[in-house]
Design a protein around this ligand. Structure first.
Ligand code: SF4
Ligand code: SF4
Length: 447
C-alpha cells in the first residue's frame, strides 16, 4: 500500500472516529435528560435477561424462520467484522493481510468462516428485502400505520442494501486477492503457499481469471477500500438509524424492568395521601410536608432515562403495534409511534442545541406537539406491547406518564373517566354504588 493510501486511510479513520464520538456524546446527553431511576439491582438476573433476550434473541424465535434469519444476519455481521481489525492495521501500517504469516492455517480457517457467514448475511438480506417490499407484511404498511412513512422505509431498505454491498465487496476482495496470489503478482505473491484460495469467494474466481493483472489489482484495491469505508460510514450512520438497536439492545435488556408487568409505578407521595384518606396509614406529626413535584410527564425531562434509552433502542419492527388491541380496533394509538415520537423529540432537542446552544427552548412538548390525547387515551394498559417487544421496551410506561400529566396537572380527563374517578373517591370502587350496598347481591342469592 502506498504512503498516500496510508495517509488517506488514517484521515478517513480519524474522521469516522470524530463523527462517531460526537454523535455518541449527543445521544448520551439526550438520554441523560431523563429523570434518575435505579436499575442496577439483581445484576445476575439482569445479565441473564440480556443474554437470553439480546444475544439469544429469545423473543424473535416465536417465528422460527424470521428468528433464525435475524440471528444469521446479526451474528454473521458482527463476526465478519472481526476481520476489520486486520484491515485497520493493514491500512495504518501499509501491510497486506498482517495476521496471515503468524496464523497460517488458522488464518485460512477464519477467513473461510467469515466468508460463509458473509454469504449467509448476503442471502438473508436479500430475503428480508423481498419480504419487506414484496410480501407486504401488514405492520410495515404506511397506508395502515402513518408512522411508517418515507424515512423509516428508506432507512430499512438502505441498511439491507448496504449490507449486501459490503458483503459483496468482502467476497470480491478475497476472490481477487486469491487470484493475484496464485498468479504471483507483486506483494500478493508473498503469501503464496501460506494460505489457500478462500472458500466461498472461490466461486467468484472464474469471473476474474480472464482479467489482466492491472484490472485485478484495481478490483482488489477498490473492494478493499469500499469495504472499509463502507464499514466506517455504516458505524456513523447507525447512530442516526433505527439500527442503533444492534448496540443498544444489550444495555436496554440489561436494564429491563424486573417487576411484574402489571405493577404500575405509583407516586409514593400520592399513595400516602390516599392511605391517609382511607385511614390505613397514620400521619406523622413530625414529618415535614413532601413536595409532590410534577405529576406525570409532559416532555422528555419528565420521563426516566430508561424510557429515553427505550426510544433509542426501538427497532421499529411494529410487533407492539400489531398486538395492540387499541390499534387493531382502529384507534389512533400505535405503541411503535409513541417510541418513534419520543426519539424524534430527543433528536429535535439535539438539533436545537447544535444550532442555538444548550439553553435552546423551542416551546414544544412531547405531549401535544408529538403525541396527542386521542392516542394516549386509547390505551387499555393491557401490556401486550411490553410482552411482544423483542428488546424489552416499555411503551406503556411513557403512555401512562403522559396520561398522568394530562389528568393530574391539566385536569383534562375524558368526562366518562371523571365519573369513574369520583366513584373511586366516594365509593372506593369504580361503580356508582355506595359501599354499604356492596353485599346486596349476597342477600338476593340467599333469599
Ligand atoms: S398497553 Fe396500551 S399501547 Fe400497549 S398494547 Fe395494550 S393498549 Fe396498546
Ligand atoms: S417498541 Fe419494541 S416491538 Fe415496538 S416497534 Fe419498537 S422494538 Fe418493535
Amino acid at each position: 500500500m502506498s504512503i498516500l493510501q496510508q495517509i488517506l486511510f488514517v484521515a478517513a479513520l480519524a474522521a469516522a472516529a470524530w463523527f462517531l464520538t460526537r454523535r455518541v456524546g449527543m445521544i448520551r446527553r439526550a438520554i441523560a435528560l431523563g429523570r434518575p431511576e435505579n436499575r442496577t439491582d439483581h445484576p445476575n438476573e439482569r445479565l441473564n435477561i440480556m443474554l437470553r433476550v439480546a444475544f439469544g434473541q429469545k423473543k424473535m424465535m416465536t417465528n422460527l424462520t424470521v428468528g433464525l434469519m435475524h440471528f444469521v444476519i446479526y451474528v454473521g455481521f458482527i463476526i465478519v467484522n472481526i476481520e476489520v481489525l486486520e484491515i485497520i492495521l493493514d491500512g495504518i501500517f501499509g501491510t497486506h493481510r498482517l495476521f496471515a504469516p503468524y496464523l497460517g492455517g488458522v488464518y485460512s480457517f477464519l477467513i473461510d468462516t467469515f466468508e460463509v457467514l458473509a454469504l449467509g448475511v448476503w442471502l438473508v438480506c436479500v430475503g428480508f428485502l423481498a419480504r419487506r417490499f414484496m410480501t407486504k407484511v401488514p405492520r410495515f404498511q404506511p397506508e395502515r400505520h402513518r408512522e411508517m412513512g418515507h424515512w423509516p422505509r428508506t432507512d430499512a431498505a438502505l441498511i439491507l442494501i448496504f449490507e449486501i454491498l459490503l458483503m459483496t465487496a468482502f467476497l470480491f476482495w478475497n476472490a481477487s486477492d486469491s487470484v493475484l496470489r496464485e498468479r504471483g503478482v507483486g506483494h500478493y505473491a508473498e503469501l503464496k503457499g501460506q494460505i489457500e484460495p478462500f472458500l466461498s469467494s472461490q466461486f467468484l474466481m472464474p469471473l476474474l481469471t480472464g482479467l489482466s493483472d492491472t484490472v485485478l489489482v484495481g478490483i482488489e484495491r477498490a473492494t478493499w477500500w469500499f469495504h472499509i469505508l463502507g464499514i466506517l460510514f455504516f458505524a456513523v450512520y447507525l447512530t442516526y438509524s433505527k439500527h442503533l438497536h444492534i448496540i443498544l439492545a444489550f444495555p436496554n435488556t440489561y436494564f429491563s424492568n424486573l417487576k411484574p408487568k402489571g405493577e404500575i409505578k405509583n407516586m409514593p407521595v400520592i399513595t400516602k395521601e390516599v392511605q391517609l384518606a382511607l385511614g390505613i396509614a397514620q400521619a406523622d406529626p413530625n414529618e415535614a410536608p413532601t413536595e409532590p413535584g410534577r405529576f406525570g410527564a409532559k416532555d422528555i425531562r419528565d420521563l426516566s432515562w430508561k424510557n429515553l434509552m427505550d426510544a433509542y433502542s426501538c427497532t421499529e419492527c411494529g410487533r407492539c403495534t400489531a398486538a395492540c388491541p387499541a390499534n387493531i380496533t382502529g384507534k389512533k394509538l400505535s405503541p411503535r409511534k409513541i417510541m418513534m415520537d419520543t426519539r424524534d423529540r430527543m433528536e429535535d432537542i439535539q438539533r436545537g442545541w447544535q444550532q442555538h446552544g444548550p439553553d435552546f427552548d423551542d416551546g414544544k412538548t412531547l405531549l401535544g406537539d408529538y403525541i396527542t390525547d386521542e392516542e394516549i387515551n386509547a390505551c387499555t394498559t393491557c401490556q401486550a406491547c411490553v410482552q411482544e417487544c423483542p428488546v424489552n421496551i416499555n411503551p406503556l410506561e411513557i403512555i401512562l406518564e403522559l396520561r398522568r400529566h394530562r389528568i393530574m396537572e391539566d385536569a383534562q380527563a375524558p368526562a366518562s373517566w371523571n365519573a369513574m374517578f369520583s366513584n373511586v373517591e366516594n365509593n372506593m370502587a369504580p361503580w356508582k354504588f355506595s359501599p354499604t350496598d356492596r353485599f346486596n347481591w349476597a342477600e338476593q342469592v340467599n333469599s
